[in-house]
Design a protein around this ligand. Structure first.
Ligand SMILES: [Fe+2]
Length: 368
């Protein structure tokens, strides 16, 4: 195929079976500054079009071996942007309107009394093409700009998220260094809470919030003296009161960090109990967030199944029995059901198999 000859001089393909008319119109167009290609039939016109791809097509309607309507229809399929002007002396009004409906941009009746009418039709059609091209160019440029900005924002967002995770992980490391019993416990509580969230069919963003809150739930222990955190015996009531501050301290640390979910509030509520016997606010039933109730039961289970300085872990079955027994008392019944489901699915077993020996006690398990 010959490549397009879209140069500064617009190219007009003139299709008409009347040689005299092609000469008259052709000469007029050349004099007006156009390059002109001529065809004496619709078939020849289409061959030329496919080889040269002119800027505009002018065609007669009724010609031997094919008519102008076929040219209009064909060009609508292969080059809808190319304007087609009909010049015909045989068409009635209905036929003229029909060609416009099929995609022709103008209709000029023969004989053409004012040749300038042809130039006006070409100029109008070319202007429309140019405007369409400019519009498409602007639209494409805008789309590229938006895509670029979206990409940059995504990258920035990922960097911020990474920075945020690194910061909170660093906080977790500080707490873990201060309280070696915390190391591993947080991660296991997070994984158990996520397994419960999956059992409940929670949306992915809420499960992600459970992961973050689980990993940070004891971060407030940074304010508890090390001698209390590391005490091998049961705590005195006074010492226990100091430990009980840690959900509020955790909330204060996290409350201004822009997490995607209510992480700080969950951390604040993770020692609340379903029957209102928890702390710091003694919330009952669904006064506590569902995520906090999930984290609470995950925390209880992890503490029960972990060794402590003053007692050994209890077996999984006994811990499960405890949770089922406490459903409706200390434990949210929904969460207890989710626990049973996660147990049946093997999710809890998978977490337990990954746990290292010498699991850590939870502060809530140091009840005097
Ligand atoms: Fe805690």
């Amino acid at each position: 195929m010959v490549t397009s000859i879209h140069t500064q001089i617009p190219t007009v393909l003139l299709i008409d079976d009347e040689r005299m008319y092609r000469l008259i119109v052709g000469d007029y167009l050349r004099d007006s500054g156009y390059a002109v290609l001529e065809a004496e039939s619709a078939a020849e016109g289409m061959r030329i079009f496919e080889n040269v791809q002119p800027d505009i097509v002018i065609t007669d309607l009724r010609m031997p071996g094919g008519n102008g309507n076929q040219v209009v229809t064909r060009l609508q399929n292969i080059a809808p942007e190319t304007p087609v002007i009909i010049i015909s002396g045989t068409a009635n009004l209905e036929e003229a309107l029909g060609t416009l409906r099929e995609g022709a941009c103008d209709f000029i009746p023969k004989p053409v009394r004012e040749m300038d009418r042809i130039k006006q039709a070409i100029d109008a059609a070319m202007n429309k093409v140019r405007l369409n091209q400019e519009s498409r160019f602007i639209k494409r440029a805008l789309e590229e700009e938006i895509a670029q900005r979206t990409c940059e924002l995504r990258e920035l967002n990922a960097q911020l998220k990474h920075a945020l995770e690194s910061t909170v992980n660093a906080l977790g490391v500080i707490v873990a260094q201060k309280d070696p019993y915390t190391a591993g416990h947080n991660e296991r509580v997070a994984r158990i809470a996520m397994a419960l969230g999956h059992s409940m069919g929670l949306a992915q963003n809420r499960i992600e919030t459970l992961r973050v809150a689980g990993n940070l739930h004891d971060i407030g222990k940074i304010s508890v003296p090390e001698e209390i955190l590391n005490k091998p015996d049961r705590l005195t009531p006074e010492e226990y009161e100091q430990v009980k501050i840690h959900p509020e301290t955790g909330f204060d640390i996290l409350k201004d960090i822009p997490f995607n979910g209510p992480v700080a509030e969950i951390v604040l509520q993770h020692h609340e109990r379903y029957n209102g016997t928890g702390y710091p606010r003694g919330l009952k039933r669904d006064e506590a967030l569902l995520e906090a109730r999930i984290l609470s039961v995950a925390d209880i289970y992890e503490a029960l199944t972990s060794d402590r300085p003053y007692r050994q872990a209890i077996p999984h079955d006994q811990a499960m029995a405890h949770i089922i027994r406490e459903a409706g008392n200390q434990v949210c019944p929904l969460c207890a059901c989710a626990f049973v489901a996660a147990n049946k699915s093997g999710a809890l077993l998978a977490i337990a198999e990954n746990a290292s020996p010498g699991q850590r006690p939870d502060c809530g398990a140091k009840l005097p």
